[in-house]
Write a protein that binds this ligand. Sequence first.
Ligand code: ADP
Length: 400
Amino acid sequence: MKVLVLNSGSSSVKYQLFDMQQETVLAKGLVERIGLEGAVLNHQPGGGEKLSFQRDIPDHSVAIKMVLDALVNSEHGVLESIEEINAVGHRLVHGGNEFSNSVLIDEKVIETVKKLYDLAPLHNPPGIKGIEACQAALPEVPQVAVFDTAFHQTMPPYAYLYGLPYELYEKYAIRRYGFHGTSHKYVAQRGAELMGRSLSSLKIVTCHLGNGASITAVDGGRSVDTSMGFTPLEGLTMGTRCGIIDPAIVTFLMEKEGLDSDGLNELMNKKSGVLGISGVSSDFRDLEQKAREGHERSQLALDVFAYEVKKYIGAYAAALGGLDLVVFTAGLGENSPEMREAVCNGLEFLGITIDKDKNQVRGKETEISAEGSRVKVFVIPTNEELMIAKDTREIAADII
Ligand code: ADP
């Protein structure tokens, strides 16, 4: 079975085509600057050179048509015909309380996702554009929606409710939803496989540390708490997002700085986080470099981040009532031995001891816990696309 995985953003479409027999990537790429000047498709056939195609790409329909053309092109294509695509999996950010699993897309699913636009105004509308464009181009092919929030729907009410009037939860569905669910689920499953244990027997903390960062407590394969909330702004101090702050700061800044809601959203989402603290960069590579050169605020930003991750691991060990495995994933989690060491340092009392030599690894699936460490610690590169492809295969297999 061949599955096309699509991740549609407001001006971009990322794609990967999988052969699900071997779970290999046949081709992947990215359409960027849709609707803007300088639109481009970057396409890479599996094992081949990256190719770049520039042309006017006014909307998602044209973008998806270009992707399909690239996949069947006689020179750099990987398919004889578009009919070889058996199913399409779409990444959608927000499934609200409506979707706790991936689903086959029909009119009702699209209507329900549209009703959730308020919860993810930047992310869900382009997702639907991608789906509708794909339905038009491949009308006979089953399409599946995979939601970032779905994995966290198993959280108990005491973990997802905020201390606000209950009526606001009823009226606006204000609660913790959590994000990066596909990634947390993938690395938790993979972690259990690597330990040779069944997922249902394990208490795991998964640390997805990238530009956007979140931590999840996974009990027996189910998410029981996660650091992102109603939106992906809550939790850790991220690249440019502030994470948890005293909510009173919001009204304080509105008064003192004369900011309206747009201004505050911009401040908290784009100008805060480690960028805001360091005053230098949102990129952890830059911060590590600057800190090595003696830039104090870069070091401070790294210290804040490491301290917060450490606190979440401690909190989630308590929430889980034990801990068997900690997993580091995403850009920073996979690639920064320094950050992993800073996070784990001092957690020996929880049974976490890492091996400094084994920890010198970047982007590779490895155990980094020391021999005798009661809690295992793994680096597992995330693979959200493969997870989406697997869900899509499972759901589509029933009907093709
Ligand atoms: P997102 O998908 O949220 O944009 P990624 O998971 O791609 O984020 O992670 C990007 C982050 O990973 C960047 O901020 C970068 O600083 C960090 N990163 C990537 N490689 C390294 C590295 N070798 N050392 C330290 N940080 C790294």
